[in-house]
Design a protein around this ligand. Structure first.
Ligand code: AMP
Length: 420
């Protein structure tokens, strides 16, 4: 099989230089498949999630087409629109357009709610080629006539299934209804529930369909909970949770080696088969522990981030963050150890009062608010104002009936299992 390079994809010199600066060597599968077809102005149905390189798959051909066609956006009339569900995604997409288009004269602007609208209104008035928006703020600005979609040549609906989960589908439909009929449309969704199939049929014309799965499943399939607990109660809470036999192969993360040892010892005393791996253990001790975990002899492996790097054990049902990582990206790496190969997984995060800022950072990064498990025996009551503001999107991967805080609402129905 020959490897395709970006220069095979008929992208201009200006874009190739920007990609070089980003150190992208070869296109990802979705990029290789989508870019030539999008340059030929075809519609696209991309079944793909974050981590597959989907942003560049649409951003590169869009920049190329808009640049080739030339001209500047008229005031309040963007030439391309990308709708995305969260402000974090919107910002990331905007940054990608800026990076990939740095040698072109195609500008972009990101708009979302929760911040003052004046700077956004001013930018729109000055003319925006590529508008990246969350649906609510876009509709607000449309109603106030600060923006019109009459000149949109290319429309992208990003993370369509997440839009549906977050209850934005009605807003999305309102936006779609005022788009020009003549346009190129792209729809991306990690999953294709019936409503999204219908939406795709409505907005796409003879689309190219590309389906890709990421190498490691990211947060998408992981049911994520947070348990507020005092620092000193964490070990007891861990043992309590692990009494549940349905919690099978579990990876527990601690911040320190000492913490990993202490947690594993506590569990062993509680007759829960557990071992710790970290940098102070010999290579052979680490390998043995890992082998026992793989073989199912030890149900629980306690690890630090560094020790866990490169561990790829299939069938991990639960990841427990005994300590929250102070680097939010580590959280995503940690929980990516479960829910592999299309299976569902559960991530439980213990959060003491000193870690609440880490929680805020994590929720900001992933664009979700974790479900709070209310009824556990070591619940700590944090003072008011320690949760992120209510404007943050709520945990949006599941319909409300499956949320843990609903499920656990009465009769001791505590449950930490993935239901899918
Ligand atoms: P996305 O799926 O668009 O969120 O992209 C995931 C990550 O992969 C981002 O950090 C991109 O900067 C990076 N990325 C996208 N395409 C490539 C590529 N062809 N080579 C290397 N990194 C890439």
């Amino acid at each position: 099989m020959t490897t395709i390079s970006f220069s095979d994809l008929r992208l201009s010199e200006a874009i190739l230089r920007a990609l070089e600066a980003k150190n992208y060597k070869t296109p990802t599968p979705i990029q290789a498949g989508a870019i030539p077809e999008l340059l030929a102005e075809r519609d696209l149905l991309g079944i793909a999630q974050t981590g597959t390189g989907k942003t560049a798959a649409f951003a590169l051909p869009m920049l190329e087409l808009l640049s080739k066609r030339g001209g500047r956006a008229k005031p309040r009339a963007p030439r391309a629109l990308i709708l995305t569900p969260t402000r974090e995604l919107a910002s990331q997409i905007g940054e990608s357009f800026t990076a990939y288009g740095k040698h072109l004269s195609v500008n972009n602007r990101v708009i979302f709610g929760g911040v003052g609208q004046e700077p956004q209104v001013r930018a729109l008035k000055a003319g925006v080629d590529v508008l990246v928006a969350t649906p609510g703020r876009l509709l607000d600005l449309m109603e106030q006539r600060h923006v019109s979609l009459d000149a949109v040549e290319i429309f992208v609906l990003d993370e369509a299934d997440r839009m549906l989960d977050m209850g934005f589908i009605h807003d999305v439909r309102r936006v779609i209804n005022v788009l020009p009929r003549e346009r190129q449309s792209l729809l991306f969704s990690a999953t294709m529930p019936k409503d999204i199939v219908e939406l795709a049929n409505k907005i796409l014309r003879n689309p190219l369909r590309i389906e890709v799965t990421p190498q490691a499943t990211t947060a998408e399939k992981v049911v994520q909970h947070v348990l507020f607990v005092e620092k000193n109660d964490k070990r007891a809470l861990l043992a309590e949770i692990l009494k549940d036999p349905e919690i099978q192969r579990t990876l527990v993360f601690t911040r320190t080696k000492h913490g990993a040892n202490r947690a594993a010892e506590y569990l062993a005393k509680a007759r829960i088969p557990a071992e710790a791996i970290h940098g102070n253990k010999s290579q052979s001790a680490r390998e043995r522990a890992l082998e026992n975990f793989r073989a199912g002899k030890t149900r629980v492996l306690v690890a630090t981030d560094i020790a866990a790097r490169g561990i790829d054990v299939p069938g991990i049902t639960h990841v427990i963050n005994f300590d929250l990582p102070n680097v939010p990206e580590s959280y995503v790496h940690r929980i990516g150890r479960t829910a592999r190969a299309g299976r569902a997984g559960v991530a439980l995060s213990f959060c003491d009062i000193e870690e609440r800022e880490f929680l805020r950072d994590i929720e900001k990064l992933i664009g979700l608010k974790l479900n709070v498990v209310e009824n556990h025996p070591f619940k700590s009551t944090l003072p008011m104002g320690t949760r992120p503001p209510p404007s943050a999107p709520t945990n949006n991967r599941r319909p409300p009936a499956r949320r843990n805080n609903r499920r656990g609402g009465g009769g001791g129905g505590r449950s930490y299992h993935a239901r899918s």
